[in-house]
Design a protein around this ligand. Structure first.
Ligand code: ACO
Length: 372
């Protein structure tokens, strides 16, 4: 294919994840909240989640370096960076430009995308479209989330559900019919108020609310219903767009918010649970990071065969929903490994949470630059 001719497809050629090491178990949570391991496991399937000792940008950089090494691609060759998240370190400058600088992708376009938990999948759509229309020849698509500083650690309804993490994929122009084949994107804007994080955004700026102090407006049962309806319907639509049936799907890699939601989607969309990849028990809901981390682990565990048809249903605040049908290529192992690592961490997850809480209530020391 010539460099200027539009590519027919955008193959996934690299993948990498970065999970912070500190694990917060349900038993840990039961020491600070009126909850129990039994309640959390039976209602959600979650056993533990990770709490980060570093910034969102750091998590995303390590995941990106690993994805690039996996693809055998040099940072300088990257033409597009799409950063999917709703928990930015900074809004200006955006997160994607920070990754551009760290990986040395001087020629790359770089933008952030926020559809909450579906941000990675929406990013996969836009990056694939830009490759297929010949605007760029490759892309780094990131799904990363640092929820812990924004969590209301006093609210057991939400504090048990979420965790921190990051992952990324590399897409490259390909003449073969692989990568994202079809997707269905949607949004229940009428129900956007049932999942709102008060405190994240400019509307709170004049109310004396310190950064990180939040109140989660969260109607769990209504979110549950919309999530199942949205993901099951989008899955059927994405498959029908490529003339496929549920039995043609080799592996479902869904958004991992809650085991019961995943089981209900699988039932409704006629997808057997044996063909559904699960890691919600280890990480909880990492929002934009859940699908790419699950994809990386499915590959590591040998669950993705060459030529496999993958289905990736997602659901997030907004309320956004989607499903992506992805044809895997021939290679299921990395081309190379990166030496990028997180800095070491000596603190437990509970200690990290206490630090988050202290930052929310402690003013900056007298004379200190609060923006430093
Ligand atoms: N520990 C112990 N008890 C709890 C906890 C907890 N962590 N949280 C709530 N409860 C209590 C409630 O107070 C309630 O008590 P009450 O009956 O005395 O009032 C009881 O447990 C039942 O609460 P429900 O909300 O009815 O519990 P439900 O079975 O609906 O499960 C859950 C709650 C897990 C949130 C469920 O509604 C759900 O999964 N909703 C989907 C939302 C979700 O997973 N979102 C993910 C994030 S959003 C996203 O990804 C887009």
């Amino acid at each position: 294919m010539s460099a200027t001719a539009p590519a027919t497809h955008a193959a996934v050629t690299g993948w990498g994840k970065c999970l912070p090491p500190a694990a917060l178990t349900n038993h840990d949570l039961a020491t600070i909240l009126d909850t129990s391991d039994e309640w959390i496991v039976s209602r959600t399937g979650i056993r533990e989640r990770r709490i980060s000792h570093v910034s969102l940008g750091e998590l995303a950089y390590v995941a990106s370096a690993r994805a690039l090494a996996c693809a055998g691609l040099n940072g300088a060759s990257v033409e597009l960076i799409v950063f999917g998240s709703c928990s930015y370190d900074d809004q200006v400058p955006n997160m994607a430009s920070g990754i551009q600088a760290r990986i040395g992708a001087q020629a790359a376009a770089a933008y952030d995308i926020n559809t909450a938990c579906t941000s990675f999948l929406y990013g996969l759509s836009t990056a694939t479209a830009l490759i297929r229309t010949g605007v760029v020849r490759n892309a780094l698509v990131i799904g990363a989330e640092l929820i812990s500083p924004f969590m209301d650690w006093g609210d057991r309804d939400v504090a048990v559900l979420f965790g921190d993490g990051a992952a990324a994929v590399v897409l490259e122009a390909s003449a073969r019919a692989e990568g994202l084949l079809a997707e269905k994107l949607g949004c229940y804007g009428d129900a956007r108020e049932i999942l709102r994080v008060h405190g994240m955004g400019g509307r709170y700026a004049n109310r004396g609310i310190l950064h990180g102090i939040t109140r989660w407006q969260f109607e769990g049962q209504e979110i549950f219903k919309r999530a199942v309806q949205g993901m099951a319907g989008a899955s059927e639509e994405a498959l029908s767009r490529i003339g496929a049936q549920p039995q043609d799907v080799d592996l479902v890699v869904p958004h991992q918010a809650n085991l019961r939601i995943i089981e209900a989607v699988a039932r409704r969309a006629h997808l057997p649970m044996e063909r559904v990849f699960l890691n919600v028990q280890r990480y909880g809901n990492m929002s934009a990071a859940t699908v790419p981390v699950a994809l990386c682990e499915a590959l590591e565990e040998g669950r993705v065969r060459p030529g496999a048809l993958l289905l990736m249903p997602g659901f997030g605040g907004g309320l956004s929903f989607c499903a992506h049908a992805v044809r895997w290529g021939e290679r299921t192992t990395p081309r190379g490994a990166s030496e990028a690592q997180l800095p070491p961490n000596e603190r437990t997850a509970l200690e990290l949470i206490r630090e988050c809480l202290a930052r929310k209530t402690r003013p900056a020391p007298a004379g200190a630059d609060p923006f430093a």
